[in-house]
Design a protein around this ligand. Structure first.
Ligand SMILES: NC(=O)C1=CN([C@@H]2O[C@H](COP(=O)(O)OP(=O)(O)OC[C@H]3O[C@@H](n4cnc5c(N)ncnc54)[C@H](OP(=O)(O)O)[C@@H]3O)[C@@H](O)[C@H]2O)C=CC1
Ligand SMILES: CC(C)CCC[C@@H](C)[C@H]1CC[C@H]2[C@@H]3C(=O)C=C4C[C@@H](O)CC[C@]4(C)[C@H]3CC[C@]12C
Length: 226
């Protein structure tokens, strides 16, 4: 009985939390990057359930179409997508401009996408590190620069999805880890500057541990489970 009651309380607390959170995001205009699969896709669905206007982006148009259809079924105030690659800085800026046009402003920028990498001994490929920095870091900076004026207007927020590998140098993650550390340096510094300027924009850096989205490599799943 004690266990059952304990679980009941957890559930109630969770429900109350969700209600407060849902109210906060109802009608808000949100961009979610890397929303064709994994964590980004699930965040888009949560935002949809809360009644937000969602604009999702990634490269795979066919997947994004399915994601916006599901968002509308779940109760999104509106759902749109823009497809393209974040390796191209101009595309990153284009997504923010699209949000201004179709949503008439922006309340929240959720930066979540990551380019494909390998998780093994560093193979010495400098070109790969450069490419990954463009996708995982520089496009985050470009989107932030474009979005900041709108976020200042709305008193909005920037959410940056990072990882424990962006705080600690685990083996077999060198290129990926470097891009995540870069995010911490840039966004932690920018947060301080916004505070000094009394700009009403919050920056949240999310430090995630391992999340089995079904796509994660069998090697990591096995390693973490053991
Ligand atoms: N899963 C985990 O264990 C952990 C994940 N994280 C972080 O969570 C976030 C989401 O990860 P997760 O859901 O696992 O990753 P996924 O690989 O499932 O999703 C990555 C997303 O980024 C998009 N993407 C990839 N390359 C590009 C590109 N060149 N341009 C634009 N979009 C691109 C993909 O879509 P498409 O291919 O269609 O472009 C996809 O939507 C990441 O920031 C990751 O670092 C942090 C810690 C642990
Ligand atoms: C207490 C500690 C021993 C915990 C160690 C946690 C380490 C091992 C965790 C922390 C962050 C994790 C990685 C991550 O951020 C994102 C991805 C992308 C995905 O596609 C494949 C898995 C991968 C590489 C995760 C692998 C496991 C990592 C390194």
């Amino acid at each position: 009985t004690a266990v059952f009651l304990g679980q009941g309380r957890e559930f109630a607390r969770c429900r109350v939390g969700m209600l407060v959170w849902a109210e906060m995001l109802k009608g808000k205009r949100v961009i979610v990057t890397g929303a064709s699969t994994g964590i980004g896709e699930q965040m888009a669905y949560h935002l949809a359930r809360m009644g937000a206007h969602v604009l999702v982006t990634a490269r795979t148009e066919a997947r994004l179409q399915k994601v916006i259809t599901r968002c509308l079924e779940l109760g999104a105030a509106s759902a749109q997508y823009v497809s393209g690659s974040m390796e191209d800085e101009a595309f990153a800026e284009h997504v923010v401009k699209e949000a201004e046009v179709v949503l008439g402003g922006l309340d929240m920028l959720i930066l979540n996408h990551v380019g494909n990498s390998y998780f093994n001994y560093f193979d010495g490929d400098v070109g790969h590190v450069q490419k990954l920095l463009k996708i995982n870091f520089l496009s985050y900076v470009a989107m932030t620069v474009s979005a900041l004026p709108r976020l200042k207007d709305s008193g909005g927020s920037i959410v940056v999805v990072s990882s424990m590998a962006g705080k600690v140098g685990f083996p077999f993650t060198a290129p990926y880890s470097a891009t995540k550390f870069a995010l911490d340096g840039f966004f932690s510094s920018l947060r301080q500057e916004l505070a000094i300027q009394k700009a009403d924009v919050s920056i949240t850096l999310c430090i995630l541990g391992f999340i089995d989205t079904g796509k994660t490599s069998a090697m990591w799943t096995l390693l973490i489970r053991n």
